[in-house]
Write a protein that binds this ligand. Sequence first.
Ligand code: HEC
Length: 102
Amino acid sequence: MKRLAAILAAAGFATAAQAALADKMDAAAVAKLHEQKCVGCHVGNFGGDGSSVYTRKNRIVKDMAGLRQRVALCSSQSGAGLLDDEEQAVAAYLNQQYYKFK
Ligand code: HEC
């Protein structure tokens, strides 16, 4: 699947590794994974559609490395149990949707 890779490349922050990963998981699958494993708890904690955790003024994540770390932390702490590839793909997805780090 090339679509996520194309989106990432267009946004100008895709490393070769990210693009290769995105090729393995398509954008819809990544969005669905995030919806299933992550959104419910964020809604419970932050209300709305849960996305305000990513956009709040005092958000924790400051860069792409921090985003990957936080995704991994949330995944393991919550028992969501994403695989490494899935964590990378979800981090890239969150960056594309919300964080927009270069
Ligand atoms: C059991 C509840 C729970 C689940 C499930 C969960 N999270 Fe979180 N997440 C939180 C809480 C609570 C915070 C805020 C932590 C804080 O403010 O110290 C958070 C914060 C975050 C942040 C940082 C937001 C910021 O401030 O920049 C990211 C990124 C994130 N979560 C990603 C994920 C992803 C990806 C998943 C799914 C794999 C996930 N979370 C699953 C509870 C959860």
